[in-house]
Design a protein around this ligand. Sequence first.
Ligand SMILES: C[S@@+](CC[C@H](N)C(=O)[O-])C[C@H]1O[C@@H](n2cnc3c(N)ncnc32)[C@H](O)[C@@H]1O
Length: 241
Amino acid sequence: MTRSYPYARPYRRPGPCPDLCGFCQCEGLPGSAETASQKPRRSREGPWPIKRRGAADVFGVDISGEMAAVAQALEERNPLGVRYGVGDVGELRPLGQHFDVAVAVQLLNYAQDVAAFEQMCRNVHRNLAPGAEFFVLNQAPDYRFDGPSPDKYGFRSELTGEETETGPRVRITALLDQHPIEFVTTCPRREVYEKCLRAAGFSEVAWVPVEVSDAGVRTFGADFRADFLATPPLEMLGCRA
Ligand SMILES: C[S@@+](CC[C@H](N)C(=O)[O-])C[C@H]1O[C@@H](n2cnc3c(N)ncnc32)[C@H](O)[C@@H]1O
């Protein structure tokens, strides 16, 4: 099932930050699983700028102390009141409150196998209020690796040839001007998301195609994102606790 959401527009700033993992930082929300305790005018408008849109409490967690430190530095430079913590979402304990929205950007692809994938989903679920929404953004499960090169968007994505229980291994290169960053991760299969999220207690699992924002079209022209739209590298998924 596919439904279209106005919030599926993460590509607002194709500037110095590579689209792959930069947009969240551009928005000041670099955590891998982020939760808000009050709906930001309902999440239809977008989970990323959650705090700026009026969430009472936003908490971001990342397994990397460096990532959390970057987030904290951004918070100190431009205080929004977002809290950050270092932790493994695969071992996330109850956070002491039930949040209304959770967002995981490029997180579930780090699960080593299906059991770990499901465990991450369960750990998010147990920190959500009934009916809360969980949004996941990851590489599109049907991404065509033999399609047009996404280099112009600031990243490259190649199959390594290895298969894991959750999907093929993928080498991602963020094409930063001075220092390209390369890492290997997984591109989980569509049914892995759907099965694990349902097993963790989520319902209304729906895939959300990403769109190019009007501002993006105005700035870069419609042609610039034509390959992106023809071969979407990312896809969002929404579901409900
Ligand atoms: C590609 S980056 C995306 C970062 C950020 N969410 C963004 O969009 O800018 C993936 C992040 O997931 C984090 N990560 C990987 N495994 C994790 C885990 N088990 N729990 C929490 N964070 C994890 C990494 O440390 C890394 O910062």
